[in-house]
Design a protein around this ligand. Sequence first.
Ligand code: DGL
Length: 259
Amino acid sequence: MPLGVFDSGIGGLTVVRALRIAFPKRDILYVGDTARVPYGNKSAETVLQYSREIVDFLGKKGAERIVVACNTASALAVEALAPSCMLPLHGMIESGVTAALGAGEGPVGVIGTAATIASGAYPKALAKARPGLRVVARATPLFVPLVEEGWLDGEVTEKVVRHYLEPLQREKIRVLVLACTHYPLLKGVIGRVLGPDVKLVDSSEACAGSLQATESGRLEKGELKIFLTDEPGAFLGRVESFLGKGAVASMERVHLPHS
Ligand code: DGL
């Protein structure tokens, strides 16, 4: 049975890429909520409602478990949805925290959308796992539009990255959690700005790695089916440039809530 994966838009494809490496034989049903992106500046109530609609949709499509490939939805909705959800729900936070604690010693930085940082989900989970750990969290909201525009490097992007990361550098962080599924696409420039002494934790890879521990590969060749809540526009081209030509078995527009 397929894995259901969703994000507010294109960022969750960093998780899909990691999942396809970890589970090459699994079918994946991906919902990109392109009609309602971004989630990062919305209220918890709104993100919870959107997430519930998508989880219901993926359940009806036959998903066996759901990967919430969006840190904002993971921070704001997973805990509230899990008790009533018939399918196992995997958010990004637990695996990101485990990966951060394994990445090195010293202060940990966390960057994410305004909503993810305001929720305090990462600092709380890090403090619970390692009491006394110094955690510095900062919202870096301009990173999402930079990625959406495909500005993954260059002068402007580097300036924005320096601006946001300077306070974390001053705190001498040793590990930085990229707590937004868009951010792994900026790994190159973030790594260059912070230098080799700061380990970057890619929450997308961490999530796929933790799921891999729960099951082993099976079935034949896995297919990726994409559902978008808005007109696809250039989405297919962007997916193929990221995951490779022919990576997508089908792409379809859907309306949520789905009846
Ligand atoms: N993918 C979202 C996340 O991981 C960021 C984009 C958005 O704001 O919707 O938080």
